[in-house]
Write a protein that binds this ligand. Structure first.
Ligand code: F6R
Length: 243
């Protein structure tokens, strides 16, 4: 695992956007796995700036979603499909036919999750998976104690994650769904390159456990220790608990 400490979130965003741009120059139809939440926004903004400047061509790029709320209609503004459409697809000029995501509204959620794992494999696998990290060490929505070999499946959000995400629902935790579908840790580990971005002092404990703690289901992000090409990009605030 490679750890890169950058001065701030904007520098982390620029570094990762450049890695994505280099990948797309090498492989124009690369499949980029993307996360939602606040942390990756500087990455998407920096990549969109490169597209506008003509420094990278995203016309053949493909995007894969990491996780989704269960029960929110796809057109709800906070469904992750809507968020990714707004924050990633539109700014990068990528259309929905180049987008893969799990169906959080399916009648048979388990079948939809299995279909999503198959779709990822049939698409050739994720080339670069961008990850954020929860204050409790979750990646995707694999909360503590998730199996390190798990596949895409339904999960129950912890109270802490629902509190953390209430800011996207007018601060009202009652509106935050209880369930999500998420790529499993085993699914995530199949991506060819994992890039985790963590910014702000609230992530410092989770970063220390990921990088320096034991490999343990209690800190799902520690599974990155198993991957042969994992890069952890942290700003100075999130790096304060590293030895
Ligand atoms: C969401 C996801 C989550 C977030 C994590 C951190 O798609 O993958 O693991 O990355 O909850 O969220 P932020 O970045 O909002 O602190």
């Amino acid at each position: 695992m490679e750890v890169v400490i950058v001065p701030d979130a904007a520098a982390g965003g620029e570094l990762i956007a450049e890695a994505m741009a280099q990948l797309l120059r090498r492989k124009p139809d690369a499949l980029l796995g993307v996360a939602t939440g606040s942390t990756p926004l500087p990455v998407y903004q920096a990549l969109a700036a490169k597209v506008r400047a003509g420094a990278v061509d995203t016309s053949r790029a493909r995007i894969a979603q990491l996780d989704e709320y269960v029960g929110l209609p796809a057109e709800h503004p906070e469904s992750y499909r809507s968020v990714l459409h707004r924050e990633v697809l539109q700014p990068l000029g990528i259309t929905l036919d180049a987008f893969l995501g799990p169906d959080g509204t399916a009648q048979d959620i388990q079948a939809a999750c299995e279909a999503y794992d198959r779709a990822l494999a049939e698409a050739g696998g994720v080339d670069l998976q961008l990850l954020g990290i929860g204050t409790d060490g979750h990646i995707g929505f694999n909360e503590p104690c998730s199996s390190l070999t798990s596949r895409t499946r339904i999960k129950t959000l912890t109270e802490q994650t629902r509190i953390d995400n209430a800011r996207f629902f007018d601060g009202d935790i009652e509106q935050v769904p209880h369930h999500v579908v998420t790529q499993g840790i085993g699914t995530i580990l199949e991506a060819r390159h994992l890039v985790l971005l963590a910014t702000g002092e609230g992530k410092a404990d989770a970063v220390a456990a990921t990088v320096e703690g034991p490999l343990a289901a209690l800190c799902p992000a520690s599974a990155l220790q198993l991957h042969r090409h994992a890069t952890v990009v942290v700003d100075e605030a999130a790096a304060t608990k590293l030895k």
